[in-house]
Design a protein around this ligand. Structure first.
Ligand SMILES: [Zn+2]
Length: 492
């Protein structure tokens, strides 16, 4: 008879299996006849007593698995040993006598925690039928890191943010970049914490890090002789963010050349007019929030003064909330060319247009299209050859059109308009492209030239950041080390 040997981890044999729809209970026992004393390493077969131990294991056949076994206590056989009684160690738990799960489950939990952080890790674990709280998840991650700390003298390290809880609480994760392993997790992102950690490890010669002021300071003060390397993934990200911010700063001009600068309320449908009114209120509030932030007022304080949530303030500071008309009109964008062609060909019936774009893949409602048609009609009545009409796309959308989507026909039209009105923005885009290539192809010799050309561009504040951290950026182009895409989510 099959005894389901493969179900139990090594060193255990299955005696009986009980199952219900949600759970497999495996009753098992250790196959070892003797045990080794943890103090004197002497072997003993003198069983003192037994107690029941329960271990969570990997899920099986769509059910959670619990292993229950009688664990033995042994008397040490050496009379001179101060350890009189000890608990047998199990290979299934990597010899840890008091843990509540098998090592193979622990390993999965460890990786879930690392990849996702506490909350999301917990919810995925639940789906995988792994009974684990987020607290356990985080503890397992820390313990996994701690196990490596004791056995390594790190030389090449990487430092990054790690989400204890995404969007709320961040710690610092430290990698050994030679062995591709996590060395440690620090409870926070404070410069002082990392500085002390680095100061205690004189073997470290390279520190790869993002360009946040805290980590720079910690690396400089904690291990002044180590080479600092700006993390390449973060450099790429920073360049993209700098371009997006250039687009955001140009939004006033962009709105007027791309249509919405002077939204004429007369041209809007009722629903759009309400959206537009709300947008005007939002813009007013955004201006106040941005001005306060510029004065250096903390997010918490801005939230207090404006009476808005911190989440909203953060959203505004990141450049959100700038669209006049939201998803309803944006969902039509991919079909703009098709609609315009049909319109000029004489098809000016909202329902007929809606059927056409729906056949082409549009998933929005009829009303979105009839409102578009209404706007077209009103525009035809009030002007004949004005600037392109309709709301301007959001800053993020424009940035995408100018970069990853620049080959698409709808983008090409808009980019051509931008090039005429705001050539500096196109220059900024090209500079960002060149910077990305510089990083990807690792060309340290080109950095100096790039900086001198970019200094007077719309990316100026990004450039000054690069210049102030130039040694580390230069190192990023020479050294092979980099952290790669961060784990557990970036702070946001
Ligand atoms: Zn002993």
């Amino acid at each position: 008879m099959s005894r389901g040997i493969s179900l139990a981890p090594c060193g255990l044999t299955v005696e009986r299996i009980e199952s219900d729809p949600n759970k497999l209970l495996i009753l098992a026992r250790s196959t070892a006849k003797t045990a080794v004393c943890p103090t004197c390493s002497g072997e003993s077969d003198l069983v003192h007593s037994r107690y029941q131990r329960s271990l969570a294991d990997l899920p099986s056949q769509g059910r959670a698995v619990e292993i229950r076994l009688w664990t033995r206590r042994f008397r040490c056989s050496r009379t001179e040993c101060r350890q009189k009684i000890f608990t047998e160690r199990l290979a299934a738990t990597e010899d840890r006598p008091y843990v509540r799960c098998t090592a193979r489950l622990d390993n999965i939990v460890h990786h879930l925690g690392l990849a996702l952080g506490g909350w999301p890790g917990q919810s995925l674990a639940k789906r995988l039928l792994i009974p684990v709280s987020r607290h356990t998840l985080l503890r397992v991650v820390r313990r996994g890191a701690a196990r490596h700390t004791t056995i390594e003298k790190p030389r090449i390290t990487g430092v990054d943010d790690w989400a204890w809880r995404r969007g709320h609480r961040y710690g610092t994760i430290i990698y050994d970049l030679e062995q591709h392993r996590i060395i440690d997790l620090l409870p926070d992102r404070e410069a002082a914490t990392l500085k002390q950690w680095l100061a205690e490890r004189p073997t470290i010669t390279v520190i790869a890090r993002d360009r946040g002021a805290g980590y720079i300071q910690a690396a400089t003060e904690g291990r002044p002789e180590a080479t600092q390397v700006a993390d390449r993934w973060h450099l790429m990200e920073n360049a993209s963010a700098a371009f997006l911010s250039a687009v955001q700063q140009s939004m006033q001009v962009l709105r007027s050349v791309l249509g919405t600068g002077g939204v004429d309320p007369k041209q809007l449908s009722g629903a759009e007019r309400r959206q537009h009114d709300r947008w005007l209120r939002r813009e007013k509030e955004n201006t106040v929030i941005l001005a306060l932030a510029k004065q250096g007022v903390a997010i918490k304080e801005i939230a207090r003064r404006t009476g808005r949530s911190r989440k909203l303030v953060r959203h505004v500071l990141r450049g959100g909330r700038t669209d006049v008309f939201r998803s309803r009109t944006n969902s039509l964008e991919p079909f703009a060319a098709q609609l315009e062609t049909a319109w000029t060909d004489g098809c000016q019936n909202g329902a007929a247009l809606w059927r056409q774009v729906t056949a082409a893949g549009f998933t929005g409602g009829l009303r979105v299209v009839t409102e578009w048609a209404t706007r077209q009609r009103k525009r035809a009545n009030t002007e004949c050859d004005g600037p392109p009409s309709g709301p301007a796309p959001s800053a993020r959308r424009i940035a995408r059109m100018m970069t990853s989507e620049r080959e698409q026909a709808a983008s090409a039209r808009i980019v051509a308009t931008i090039k005429r009105a705001l050539p500096d923005l196109v220059t900024a885009r090209d500079l960002m492209d060149r910077f990305h290539k510089l990083i990807q192809h690792r060309k340290p010799a080109d950095l100096e030239t790039w900086i001198s050309e970019a200094t007077s561009s719309l990316l100026a504040s990004f450039i000054s950041g690069i210049v102030s951290d130039q040694a580390a950026v230069q190192a990023a182009l020479k050294e092979p080390w980099s952290n790669g895409k961060p784990r557990g989510g970036t702070p946001g």
